[in-house]
Design a protein around this ligand. Structure first.
Ligand code: GLU
Length: 397
């Protein structure tokens, strides 16, 4: 048989997706697995949103829509970005896509040429480097420090900038660390982006899940860089709508036109029914968003206390999103009579087998001394999972 695409050989499969699928498979086989692997809120989609989708079906709103998204949804997204994020955008600056992931993919395909470099601060979300490679560009990793809460500033970026730097990807609140970039930091980065002429892709999918009274700041609201920032967000996390697959980008009109051209050849419009649901999510009552946020903050606090009691794990308090990213370095070299644990994949496999808890090895996020624990799950499941993890860790010598 003739050869297959080498590009695919150069990318990894998404570990968040792979491990979540594995946990589902093991559960179907009857194993009592608790999966803390996917970043997926456990709440049902709000009732008004579900009703809007049912109405869309009954009204036969089931045909292709405009490739860029319906005019009503684009306007609602623009209004959301103006109101919540301070972006200076109109409907023509919005492209609605099949999830936040698709928006970021479209953004990279739109701006990158072969050989371009895209800076990604690590720990990063699993898909960023692979999406950069799919755009024929090169990921350049900026290692951030745990002691500094995995944050970085413009000064940390400077040594990585070259003639080929095309863009920087930022993700605040961050998946997997939960760190939140301050307005001051983002202003410094914006200044550097203008001075050294690069784009910023700002993944703000966790913008509504932010704690301790902190306020989300959007770098695209800074007028000097508004044309070079592509802001990506969506309804998945804020409205518990992961399966509906609606994401959106806000960008300058030229970028939106070009990204839309790509989308027109790839998927066309996002699902008409999901768009109707997303419109209701954005325009309807917002009380569920806050309720879920408060609940995530409570779960964070409960988990923080319990996980801190596990000897061998060290963790920072996340400021947003719904992940812990504890260091498990102190468990390396230990074993429970069998294989010696040497890296994050070994720890994740051990916890899956011994504690029947699924979580994602840090290596997938660019840090092999950590593991990612999602706490977007019911408190009962979370506490049971931590008890199981603690018991499994205690057995290590
Ligand atoms: N973004 C979520 C996560 O990191 C969902 C899975 C994915 O698309 O990666 O778990």
């Amino acid at each position: 048989m003739t050869s297959l695409s080498e590009k695919v050989d150069r990318i990894e499969e998404s570990q968040t997706i792979a491990i979540t699928s594995l946990a589902k498979k093991l559960r179907a086989e009857g194993k009592k697995i608790i999966s803390l692997s996917a970043g997926e809120p456990d709440f049902p989609t709000p009732e008004n949103v579900k009703q809007a989708a049912i109405k869309a079906i009954n009204d036969n709103f089931t045909k292709y829509t405009q490739n860029e998204g319906t005019p009503e949804l684009r306007e609602a997204v623009a209004e959301k970005f103006r109101r919540d994020n301070g972006l200076n955008v109109k409907a023509s600056n919005i492209l609605v896509s099949n999830g936040g992931k698709h928006s970021i993919f479209n953004a990279l395909q739109t701006i990158c040429n072969p050989g371009d470099e895209v800076i990604i601060p690590a720990p990063y979300w699993v898909s960023f480097p692979e999406m950069v490679k799919l755009a024929d560009a090169t990921p350049v990793i900026l290692q951030t420090k745990e002691e500094r809460g995995f944050t970085f500033t413009a000064n940390d970026l400077r040594p990585l900038l070259t003639q080929k730097t095309k863009a920087l990807i930022i993700n605040s609140p961050s998946n997997p660390t939960g760190s939140v970039a301050s307005e001051e930091t983002l202003r410094g980065i914006a200044k550097l982006a203008k001075e050294r002429d690069f784009f910023i892709i700002s993944d703000e999918i966790y913008e509504k899940i932010i704690y301790d009274g902190n306020k989300h700041f959007s770098i695209g609201s800074i007028p000097e860089v508004q044309d070079r920032v592509i802001t990506a967000s969506g309804v998945s996390k804020a409205y518990s709508m992961t399966g509906w697959r609606i994401g959106f980008m806000a960008a300058n009109e030229e970028i939106v036109k070009r990204a839309s051209k790509i989308q027109s050849q790839l998927t066309s419009n996002a699902s008409s029914i999901s768009q109707a649901a997303a419109l209701e999510a954005l325009k309807g009552p917002q009380s569920d968003v806050e309720k879920m946020r408060v609940s995530f903050q409570h779960r964070r606090d409960v988990m923080m206390e319990r996980l801190s009691g596990i000897d061998g794990m060290t963790l920072a308090k996340p400021g947003g999103a719904f992940y812990f990213f504890p260091s498990v370095k102190r468990l390396f070299g230990k074993s429970n009579g069998g294989q010696v644990l040497r890296n994050s994949a070994d720890i994740a496999s051990y916890l899956l087998l011994e504690a029947q808890v699924a979580l994602v090895p840090g290596a997938a996020f660019g840090s092999d001394s950590h593991i990612r624990i999602s706490y977007a799950y019911a408190e009962k499941e979370l506490t049971e999972a931590v008890d199981r993890i603690a018991a499994a860790v205690t057995k290590l010598r």
